[in-house]
Design a binder for this molecule. Sequence first.
Ligand code: ASP
Ligand code: MG
Length: 415
Amino acid sequence: MKVFKFGGASVKDAAGVRNLAHILRTQAQQGAIVVVSAMGKTTNALEEVTRAYADHKTDEALARWATVQSYHEAIMRDLAGADWAQTFRGAYGTFLWVDTVLRQKPTGPFDQIYDQIVSVGEIISTQIVAAYCGAIWADARQLVCTDDTFREGKVDWEQTQRAIRGFVNSCGDGSLIVTQGFVGQAAGTGLTTTLGREGSDYTAAIFAYCTDAESVTIWKDVPGVLNADPKYFDQTVLLTQLTYQDAIELAYYGATVIHPKTIKPLQNKGIPLYVRSFLQPEAPGTVINASEGQLTTPSFIFKVNQTLISLHPKDFSFIAEDNLSQIFGQFAAAGIKINLMQNTAISFSVVVDTNPDRLPALLDLLRQNFRVSYNEGLELITIRYYDQATIDRVLVDKKLLLEQKSRYTVQLVVK
Ligand code: ASP
Ligand code: MG
């Protein structure tokens, strides 16, 4: 079985859905498991619906939801004409369900409410795609079992494997199955969970792992994995082959082309991952596999909105195991991921994503034991397989605040 994943950009309008169907007709004759994200920017829009709803602003929530609904309705009308509600009965039913929910009082913690509403984007997109392609619609909430960490569900691999295998076997060989990315369910609760923003790639890897798939293909609006984000660089190079290790390193440092959690399950089973263009489905793109050999082209990853935090123990004690474990514990409890760290005898510096919701409270906590200085509005540049010429090139007109080099990777914090 092959696993395909289509992101929001590939199904942002009716032409996108038609193109997806064309790709399945030409590339999935033997069947496939097709993982689809929410259409276009629906997830962002649903986040706004959720905020209003959780704030008891019912009218605003309903108005924002109406916009999401008419966006999808326009796509369905384009695909099926005036009879769209007949053709897309599932999606129509989901519309009615959301309408009812938004008129009820919100209950439970925000993250839990978030998952129940934001997941609707994937439910509707797959109901549309499955109906249009004549595929079997699989409900990922019945298949991907997680714990109850809402917005970052941790997968229970044993249960998930049992559920996915059972379902796929019941569909029979050669079936075309369409399911939601990003979505799961907290075991025993009946509550929907999500796997973290941009988590649909990870869903594709989960399905591939559980079915011992022959390959995963992520269909993107770029020709494959490039050595730099074309948003920041005009001269990019397509990397035709990458090792799992290089792919995980690039994704970890912030290359947005693949979600970082995607590689591990595939590497563990030796399943190749293809990254190809849905605009040029004939082109080979990039393959990520267990190949030997190292890249020769330097790859760049830019992360903007970074904050550099430096901690100095007030009593001049060394930065050592005991206070490090305390510091890490406080970052973990605050839900803040460290992108880079460096220490000297009596100072410890970390670079994190700027997060106005969570950082101030953490800084207050750290100030109990440390003198804290921080610097916002920075960029974190990571270059894998660097050389001095590329470092010099990216530093033009920039002020370097911190640099860290390992054998293959250099990281630069700049202003
Ligand atoms: N729709 C979700 C998001 O935008 C998941 C995904 O696209 O992978 O975060
Ligand atoms: Mg998306």
